[in-house]
Design a protein around this ligand. Structure first.
Ligand code: ATP
Length: 249
């Protein structure tokens, strides 16, 4: 088996007396969507923040392609190919869909600081951005102001911006949140195809999306991973049913 792309190795984090992550070990392998599920307050966000670099673990390490990135901040991790998506506030609402995407592409492919006009005239960046927009079904919206997009289309745009970074791994925090049935279906289809480009660590409460997308699922309860397995293994796992899924499985 190939080496994991992204690893959390023995991650622990406490807030006072509360152990939000207890020696969590998790692997994201090439080509997979690995869902992280668990009840409210289980520690999913805390773990994702440590993986993305917003929070420093008390103990343990984060590796990206075998390299220790534990001490790097979010920007340095992003430059190394860790794409954290679904922070909608990162989009400039007054700019066009294409401008948002090209500025994302500039972060990864532009070597020097450039003023905005030359950036927008850069054919190479434009081609990278248009390819990313096409990939998520937004090419025909390139000239629209981002503020005009629906909630679901903004999610698609976030994916396009992340794609311009040529990511090695995606970390996605509740991408389906706030989307209606058709938005979820559209985004599920997009994520389904993305795993071939880079594996996805997916935190998601929408179990239909999780069961439709995940190659493997890890279940976090009280800061600990109680099971990792395929959808079928997790659905059948008696500990998971007792702690989390109940009759919903
Ligand atoms: N900065 C913080 N200071 C103190 N306690 C925190 C902090 N961040 C999280 N916690 C606590 O750590 C525990 C895990 O929270 P976390 O948000 O990681 O869970 P979660 O699984 O993401 O929950 P949800 O599904 O509701 O988003 C909770 O008890 C939470 O109250």
């Amino acid at each position: 088996m190939t080496n994991p792309v992204l690893q959390a190795i023995g991650i622990s984090k406490s807030f006072g007396a509360l152990h939000a992550s207890k020696a969590v070990t998790l692997e994201l392998r090439a080509g997979e969507i690995h869902a992280l599920i668990g009840p409210n307050g289980a520690g999913k966000s805390t773990l994702i923040q440590q993986i993305a670099g917003q929070l420093q673990p008390d103990a343990g390490k984060i590796h990206l392609n075998g390299q220790d990135i534990t001490r790097l901040g979010t920007a340095a991790r992003a430059r190394r190919g860790l794409a954290r998506t679904f922070q909608i506030s990162a989009l400039a609402m007054e700019d066009s869909v294409l401008q948002n995407t090209m500025l994302g592409a500039l972060g990864a492919h532009g070597s020097a600081y450039r003023f905005f006009r030359p950036v927008m005239a850069d054919r190479n960046l434009r081609a990278i951005a248009m390819a990313a927009l096409d990939r998520v079904g937004l090419a025909e919206f390139a000239a629209r102001q981002t503020a005009e997009l629906s909630h679901g289309e903004r999610r698609q745009l976030e994916v396009a911006v992340a794609l311009t970074l040529a990511p090695k791994a995606f970390v996605m925090d509740e991408p389906m949140a706030g989307l209606g049935a058709s938005g979820s279906k559209m985004l599920t289809g997009i994520l389904d195809g993305l795993r071939a480009e880079a594996p996805i660590l997916l935190v998601e409460h929408d179990m239909d999306a999780v069961f439709a997308l995940a190659d493997r699922i890890s279940v976090l309860v009280y800061g600990q991973i109680i099971a990792t397995g395929t959808v079928d293994e997790i659905r059948r796992d008696p500990d998971v049913r007792a702690a989390y899924l109940g009759d919903a499985a």
